[in-house]
Design a protein around this ligand. Structure first.
Ligand code: TXA
Ligand code: MG
Length: 363
């Protein structure tokens, strides 16, 4: 991999047009393909405390200097994100990990060796250099090394980890293209780096360590599955991956408390083994504003449908784009056929449950 160095001469940077307590407004949000010059511009913006949207192999992120609390506060403002929901910090090498966290169990280094660069996020006790704004007030911080060469170069050029949540407005489906980011962030940030369509399409697997660093707990499933992790250590899946936390429950991962990934259309999951029953059920809903979001080859369905793929990988890749599509089509309701509940299907199912606010019909 090439590592580019940031030149010392300053670029001319987009300036904030207006600023008030709740929102910074830019006259224009630019979308630019990654090049050396564009990465320099992004690094300059980030060094100046601004927020830039970056491509990763999972979904697009909204990135700022993870060690700068004022810059990270701008991420929360741009997204409208609750301040107790912590950010993931993105690193380009293990020195950045060691600089940011303490008590790294040997298991973490083994997992880093196998899965980084890649979509595994690990939670560690944080060092003081990571501000409370970034960690949402927690004494832990989530860390990952993304599998995107431009973004790794950008982190290297910035010289600090980049805090980055998914680059959507809080509650909306995560963005898997620069155009999705633009739809949510136009006027809120100065620059989107357009790295094309994200490879995975769902966010990283988030884990914490249990049993004094010897065990793994999955807090959010992704394409790195519990089955894959269990080759390295005893792996359990947190109950909130598939369940709605109780009103006042103290959860490990604050993100599970919030409604997520939702388009405007009202989403319902339909669980059935029978294509005929599915067709019968959907055809009954034929009112013009109802859409079916289905696996792939189902036939006999008379309402408009959008396919989200035949395999769990395809479904993961397409899910958020398809949820956004329901809005483009003006759908009032969408029924989504339940994915597999194993392997990568668990990541798809976990996101769908939140998009549907847990509404499920079993036929
Ligand atoms: O693939 C991804 O992970 C993307 C890309 C941009 O890297 N990022 C992403 O970030 O999905 P975000 O903020 O949308 O989701 C992070 C999740 C949230 O549910 C949050 O609550 C949880 O990780 N999380 C972050 N830090 C945590 C911590 N210290 N303890 C427990 N959960 C944490
Ligand atoms: Mg998110």
């Amino acid at each position: 991999m090439t590592h580019w160095l940031l030149p010392t001469d300053r670029q001319s940077l987009p300036q904030a047009a207006t600023t008030n307590k709740d929102k910074v407004t830019f006259l224009k949000t630019e979308i630019k393909k990654p090049s050396y010059e564009v990465l320099c511009e992004a690094a300059e913006l980030i060094k100046n405390g601004e927020v830039v949207a970056i491509p990763t192999e999972t979904v697009y992120g909204l990135a700022a200097d993870a060690y700068n609390p004022e810059a990270c506060a701008k991420i929360f403002k741009a997204k409208g994100r609750p301040q107790d929901n912590p950010l993931i910090i993105h690193i380009c090498d293990l020195d950045m990990l060691k600089n940011s966290v303490k008590d790294i169990p040997p298991l973490a280094l083994t997992l880093a060796e196998h899965f980084w660069s890649g979509s595994l996020t690990m939670i560690f006790p944080k060092k003081d250099i990571v501000p409370d704004t970034t960690s949402g007030g927690l004494d832990t911080v989530a860390v990952r090394m993304p599998d995107n060469e431009d973004t790794l170069n950008l982190i290297k050029m910035c010289g600090v980890p980049l805090a980055a949540p998914s680059a959507n407005l809080s509650g909306s489906p995560s963005p898997t293209t620069a155009q999705h980011v633009y739809a949510d962030m136009n006027g809120r940030i100065p620059l989107i780096i357009d790295g094309g369509e994200c490879k995975n399409g769902v966010e990283s697997t988030v884990i914490c360590f249990t049993d004094g660093g010897k065990g793994i707990k999955v807090l959010r499933p992704g394409v790195i599955t519990a089955e894959m992790l269990s080759r390295f250590a005893k792996t359990e899946t947190d109950k909130n991956v598939f369940a709605k936390p109780d009103e006042n429950e103290k959860v490990i991962s604050p993100g599970v408390k919030y409604k997520h990934y939702s388009p405007k259309a009202d989403i319902t999951i339909v669980e059935t083994d029978s294509d005929e029953k599915l067709a019968e059920f959907l055809n009954d809903k034929n009112d013009g504003g109802t859409y079916g979001v289905i696996f792939g080859n189902e036939t006999g369905i008379e309402i408009p449908t959008i396919s989200y793929g035949n395999t769990a990988y395809e479904q993961a890749h397409n899910l958020f784009a398809v949820l956004r599509k329901t809005d483009e089509l003006g759908a009032k309701r969408a029924y989504v056929r339940c994915p597999e509940k194993t392997g990568v299907g668990t990541a798809v199912y976990n996101r769908l449950l939140r998009a549907a606010a847990f509404k499920t019909i079993i036929l």
